[in-house]
Design a protein. Structure first.
Length: 606
């Protein structure tokens, strides 16, 4: 069934998430095409762009049964009802973005359609592996799982009248591309100046990318000078002329009839104005004559009845601004030279990458099985803990308690969205020694199986939780009257990890603490069991003809008896097959009890 959950989740993984759920990002609208009632459908959502507001809806329909999933994954059985599906959390979302679904829990029997509102402003461009945590229910069984999917935040763009920038903000180091909005298209008369704010400048129409390596705010200034309209002589003003007419009778000076002639730098006449009769001074002529490079000649004349008089000649260029004179002639030129200047300013933001957080304790941390330790980061908030490179759901505090072996790290993210991850802490849980189960025979307390002991070990016997002086062997003889709690503790000297086993034992006044004889030792050595490990049957071979009757029992590691029988021994010894197929996998102890002794062998059930 886990394959079904994976298939179902992957169908929703492409879009179910950009962000972390937060109020204020609600109000999505379900907008679905015509669909079958029991189907799987997930809409689309566009990628984000760093620095630009994001606001959009994503609609989806969940399946009612596993039948639509079976069409995609034939390994999933069809026809099973799907229970509640719950959206739990999203991790590693692009900083600055938030999400909120129309609801977090869905009962496909009654509600299959939903939507998600995405909003916010992504801060840092990049490809993010967003991790989604959900739970699903099939056949009353809940299963939690997570999956990752990529979400791309494109570099930020910024546009002014004169230019645009791409990837204009980021963390640590930012390489910015610039786009000129006022293009020359190969024509003359365009001049550019770029000041990138970091000491670099350019006069290129299309400057190279600029890398900003230090955190800060960099003001980019742009200027385009457009000089494509050329020069135009708009008016010629005759201020003084000195060539007045003479009128008879009576004799007096009369205003002149003025006109002008203009020759280009090659000497060709390119303009002659109309005559202004009785021209008052100053007088102006509207010329509107385009000018090129070189020296032009302007002649002023007075038209008379019997000809014309020369009033003076001046020369000029297209950039002349002074008053021109020739004797009594004074001329002012109005030369129009339109130049358009565009100036624009924008800012590049480079945010500082924070110092990686430091975890205490660090490096290699070892504990014994069953123990835990608290890892502490040196940042107070904006944290996310990871185990074996996967984010741990809900682990966002400055401290994190761990009890399982793995590689642990913590990531800190600044308010601007820049992050740094710590060095790894290698946390290893060391195994505890096997439980040193022992049994009582008379007053002798004996470890059931010495083969379970570590290579380098220490033993200690306790009575009523008090260590017994010098009681450090695999056996101990009880000499204390009454019923007491005896404990055997074993320590792996290499790791320092310990384990213990305890049982209550009553003192036997009729037993003593005699050390076993050589004969008893030989009897003990004659007991064999095989195969070990065992699957279904355990064979017992006891080659001994000194005994008549034995008791056979099997106990688990806690001392609980699972099998007991009395058997007769003939002259050839004992050969017995025991059925252990119903035993759960684990460690067991076979015990052969005689009139004067007890023999224990350990075996493993597969």
């Amino acid at each position: 069934m886990s394959k079904f959950f994976t298939s179902l989740l992957l169908l929703f993984s492409c879009h179910f998430s950009l962000l972390s759920a937060q109020s204020g990002c609600s109000g999505c609208q379900v907008n679905l095409p015509v669909l079958p009632a029991d189907t799987i459908y997930l809409g689309t959502a566009p990628d984000g762009v760093a620095g630009e507001m994001y606001d959009g809806d994503l609609s989806f329909r969940m399946p009612k049964t596993t039948t639509p999933v079976n069409k995609i994954d034939p390994g999933t059985p069809a026809g099973l009802n799907i229970g509640k599906i719950t959206i739990i959390a999203l991790l590693n979302v692009p900083p600055g973005l938030y999400w909120e679904p129309s609801q977090f829990e869905f009962d496909p029997d009654n509600q299959t359609d939903g939507c998600v509102k995405f909003c916010g402003t992504p801060l840092v461009p990049g490809m993010y592996e967003v991790e989604v945590f959900v739970t699903a229910q099939v056949l009353t069984v809940n299963q939690s799982t997570s999956f990752t999917f990529p979400f791309y935040v494109a570099p930020s763009t910024s546009t002014t009248d004169g230019f645009g920038m791409q990837n204009s903000s980021g963390c640590g180091e930012v390489t910015v591309s610039f786009e000129n909005n006022i293009l020359s298209n190969g024509n003359f008369g365009f001049n550019y100046f770029w000041d990138f704010g970091n000491g670099e400048t350019s006069t290129a129409e299309h400057p190279d990318d600029v890398t900003y390596s230090l955190p800060g705010m960099y003001e980019v200034n742009y200027e385009a000078i457009i000089d494509t309209a050329g020069y135009e002589l708009s008016t010629v003003q005759i201020v003084t002329a000195g060539c007045n007419d003479i009128s008879l009778p009576p004799i007096s000076n009369a205003p002149p009839e003025l006109y002008i002639k203009i020759k280009d730098p090659t000497g060709n006449q390119i303009y002659q104005s109309p005559i202004i009769n009785n021209a008052p001074l100053p007088s102006a002529f509207n010329v509107n004559l385009p000018l090129g490079p070189g020296i032009y000649t302007l002649e002023v004349r007075d038209d008379d009845l019997i000809g014309s008089d020369h009033c003076g000649t001046v020369t000029f260029k297209r950039n002349t601004t002074d008053t021109l004179k020739d004797g009594s002639l004074s001329v002012l030129l109005n030369i129009f030279h339109p130049v358009h200047t565009v100036q624009s300013t924008d800012t590049v933001y480079v945010f500082e990458i924070p110092e990686p957080p430091v975890i205490s304790p660090g490096g290699l941390v070892e504990v014994c099985d069953g123990e835990a330790i608290e890892l502490v980061a040196d940042y107070p908030d904006n944290l996310q803990w990871f185990k074996d490179s996967s984010a741990v759901l809900g682990a966002t505090d400055s401290s994190f308690t761990v009890a399982a072996s793995g590689l642990y790290q913590v990531e800190y993210t600044t308010p601007e969205g820049c992050s740094a991850i710590s060095e790894a802490v290698f946390f290893e849980v060391l195994p505890a020694p096997f439980m040193p189960a022992f049994t009582e025979d008379g007053n002798w307390l004996t470890l059931n199986d010495t083969s379970i002991l570590p290579l380098d070990y220490s033993l200690q016997w306790f009575i009523n939780d008090v260590a017994i002086p010098d009681a450090i062997e695999t056996y101990y003889c009880n000499t204390t009257s009454g019923v007491n709690l005896f404990t055997l503790a074993v320590t792996d000297n290499e790791t320092g990890c310990s384990n213990d086993f305890s049982i209550g034992i009553a003192y036997d006044e009729n037993a003593d603490c005699t050390v076993p004889t050589e004969e008893i030792t030989a009897i003990r050595n004659s007991l064999q069991i095989f195969p070990n490990p065992a699957d279904q049957a355990l064979q017992i071979v006891f080659e001994n003809d000194l005994l008549k009757t034995v008791e056979i029992s099997i106990s688990d590691v806690t001392g609980r008896r699972l099998y007991f029988a009395k058997e007769q021994i003939n002259f050839s010894g004992l050969s017995q097959t025991l059925d252990v197929g119903s035993f759960v996998s684990g460690i067991y102890f076979l015990q052969i009890s005689t009139e004067n002794d007890r023999i224990v062998r350990k075996f493993v059930k597969n």
